[in-house]
Design a protein around this ligand. Sequence first.
Ligand SMILES: *[C@@H]1O[C@H](CO)[C@@H](O)[C@H](O)[C@H]1NC(C)=O
Ligand SMILES: *[C@@H]1O[C@H](CO)[C@@H](O)[C@H](O)[C@H]1NC(C)=O
Ligand SMILES: *[C@@H]1O[C@H](CO)[C@@H](O)[C@H](O)[C@H]1NC(C)=O
Ligand SMILES: *[C@@H]1O[C@H](CO)[C@@H](O)[C@H](O)[C@H]1NC(C)=O
Ligand SMILES: *[C@@H]1O[C@H](CO)[C@@H](O)[C@H](O)[C@H]1NC(C)=O
Ligand SMILES: *[C@@H]1O[C@H](CO)[C@@H](O)[C@H](O)[C@H]1NC(C)=O
Ligand SMILES: *[C@@H]1O[C@H](CO)[C@@H](O)[C@H](O)[C@H]1NC(C)=O
Ligand SMILES: *[C@@H]1O[C@H](CO)[C@@H](O)[C@H](O)[C@H]1NC(C)=O
Ligand SMILES: *[C@@H]1O[C@H](CO)[C@@H](O)[C@H](O)[C@H]1NC(C)=O
Ligand SMILES: *[C@@H]1O[C@H](CO)[C@@H](O)[C@H](O)[C@H]1NC(C)=O
Length: 580
Amino acid sequence: MASLALSSLILLSLLQILRCLSAANISVGSSLSTTSDNSSWLSPSGDFAFGFRHLNNSDLFLLAIWFNNIPEETIVWYADGDNPAPRGSKVVLTTDGLSLKDPRGQTIWSASPSTRVADEAAMLDTGNFVLIGNGSNYVWQSFENPRDTILPTQRLDLGSMVVSKVTEANFSKGRFELHFTNGSLVLNPVAWPTRFNYKPYYNSNTYSVNSSESGHQLVFNESADIYIVKANGEIVQLPSGNELLNPRADYYFRATLDFDGVFTEYARAKNPDDNQGWRPLRVVPENMCLAMFHDIGRGGCGFNSYCSIENRNFSCDCPPGYVFVDPNNRFSDCRPTFRQGCGGDDASRDPEELYEIRELNNVNWPLGDYERLEPYNQTMCEKNCLHDCSCAVAIFDGAGCWKKKLPLSNGRSIATGFSKVLFKVRKGNSPDFAANSGGNKGISPLLGALLLGGSVFFNFLLLVAFCLIVFVLPKRKYGNYNFQDSSNSESNLRFFTYNELNEATDDFKEELGRDVLVNEDEIAMADKCRLQKWLMVAIWCIQEDPSKRPTMKTVLNMLEGYLEVPEPPCLSSFSIAVES
Ligand SMILES: *[C@@H]1O[C@H](CO)[C@@H](O)[C@H](O)[C@H]1NC(C)=O
Ligand SMILES: *[C@@H]1O[C@H](CO)[C@@H](O)[C@H](O)[C@H]1NC(C)=O
Ligand SMILES: *[C@@H]1O[C@H](CO)[C@@H](O)[C@H](O)[C@H]1NC(C)=O
Ligand SMILES: *[C@@H]1O[C@H](CO)[C@@H](O)[C@H](O)[C@H]1NC(C)=O
Ligand SMILES: *[C@@H]1O[C@H](CO)[C@@H](O)[C@H](O)[C@H]1NC(C)=O
Ligand SMILES: *[C@@H]1O[C@H](CO)[C@@H](O)[C@H](O)[C@H]1NC(C)=O
Ligand SMILES: *[C@@H]1O[C@H](CO)[C@@H](O)[C@H](O)[C@H]1NC(C)=O
Ligand SMILES: *[C@@H]1O[C@H](CO)[C@@H](O)[C@H](O)[C@H]1NC(C)=O
Ligand SMILES: *[C@@H]1O[C@H](CO)[C@@H](O)[C@H](O)[C@H]1NC(C)=O
Ligand SMILES: *[C@@H]1O[C@H](CO)[C@@H](O)[C@H](O)[C@H]1NC(C)=O
């Protein structure tokens, strides 16, 4: 009897162990949260994990799939890179699919099989996360919803898209898209934030009017080859790499549309101690600098930047006197560190005293010339550019002089040919934007004298704002509004003022955004900035509710730049007044 009890006990434990061993799959009701210590579901081999990844320098998390057995823990899929999940979020598996809920229980992302029911889920050893339903069919797969990366055994059907990240650490949708839609593999730059597709910089040209001869599937096969299969079974290889890694089983592979726009197949030794990391095996296109060439848009690098390539490694640099708009992102635009143009006092001074020419060799911005002077020599070319307010750069090709304005696009290094790029930069220690922000020191005594009392100041600003509208912004439409014939004049005037101020503020914001790249005359920019700030302060000061109006001290601090000027609220009560 005792032995029977003992054996059933052993049997039970054995069953328990067996269940544990095979319980790699995730059952309905399971969940992961950002707050639990080990928040991931592993594939049977442990190669891949599904779960939350903390984003650097933030309290946000990415629901993701990553290589789990290497120190890099490279992410290969993510639910929604544009809207990472806040701390306290949770992902739950229900029969309706996967749903990601924020701490308040709102669904912020979901994977729902359209008609079928999910019975369980599994993180597979291929890196594919699947929802299983209707017997053992996959009713949803991460492989069918790729982000920036594809993996061996993954196939892209017609209509698929892969989107690059913004930067290495920013998982929002970036500047490049891979489309496999019309029989061909195509890479497009996109205009952020609208995602308008510019002309492709790579096209596999595997489209055919005869559908059986047209591209049908993009295959990343088990032995890490990437190719296009036509409907008739024919295989078309992508431009191939030259490095052979053997044995293949010792390596992990992935192909990523990198944030620089290059579609790259990488390999990494499975041995976590191998310190070579991910090595590129093949790159499409092979020369990004040559491939990216469009009459509109940035080209391979940002505006005012230029592209160079070494060992298939492509990088971007800023010309002399220019720096990256985002110092941490080499693919961002470049901006001049000095004032351009002839604004301010410059008009009365000799441009040759203010500016000098710096030379750059073997680089060209082939598009965007606005003037060609020929025959001309280099001295004349330089002089001409120095004296021309619009000229930012002149290219001297030995016989002629090609003048260009900002922003420059499609810049790239060129191997041969006689051409000198002549950059016009400000002499001496060119003042930078930041260094010059204290330029409005003069206003405080004036303001101080005007600040007599709360209501006086309020009326004064109202008057100033009104004068501004009538005299400074005469181009605006005033509609049918009759200033004289207004019974309820103060409040109507205030409403009118508010609307005008608001519109003017928006216009200025837009204009300022554009000015940064061209680096409009610094003084003009500073004036615009100040004007915009004054407009916003004025809106605050004409709030109907006096308790909302800022105190004198606050106003002073805002005008002096010690305090940020917050977005002013809408004057809602006035909207009613105007509609009636
Ligand atoms: C887990 O899912 C895989 C993939 O569908 C399936 O082959 C396997 O039988 C499942 N395992 C269990 C224990 O249900
Ligand atoms: C989760 O934690 C348990 C113990 O708390 C540990 O045994 C297990 O290996 C952990 N799993 C992962 C994926 O880290
Ligand atoms: C369920 O699976 C069977 C094959 O296993 C398939 O024929 C059928 O279409 C599936 N049903 C749905 C709703 O997908
Ligand atoms: C976070 O920062 C570390 C160290 O700076 C870096 O190695 C890692 O790649 C970063 N993670 C992401 C997701 O960018
Ligand atoms: C990521 O890039 C997008 C687009 O440029 C930007 O709007 C967003 O603020 C960035 N996110 C982070 C965390 O920097
Ligand atoms: C597919 O590509 C071909 C060749 O580039 C083009 O002529 C055709 O119009 C495209 N078809 C569609 C539906 O985009
Ligand atoms: C399409 O191509 C196949 C071969 O791949 C050929 O047999 C067939 O005749 C072609 N059809 C037409 C309409 O040309
Ligand atoms: C992958 O494709 C290559 C051809 O490009 C072929 O030689 C190889 O056998 C394929 N491997 C598998 C596992 O299908
Ligand atoms: C490519 O550039 C990166 C970063 O600049 C560098 O670490 C790497 O060694 C370069 N690779 C080659 C082949 O030049
Ligand atoms: C360039 O041309 C100007 C006017 O044609 C001439 O005076 C000057 O000497 C030339 N300079 C050189 C270096 O040839």
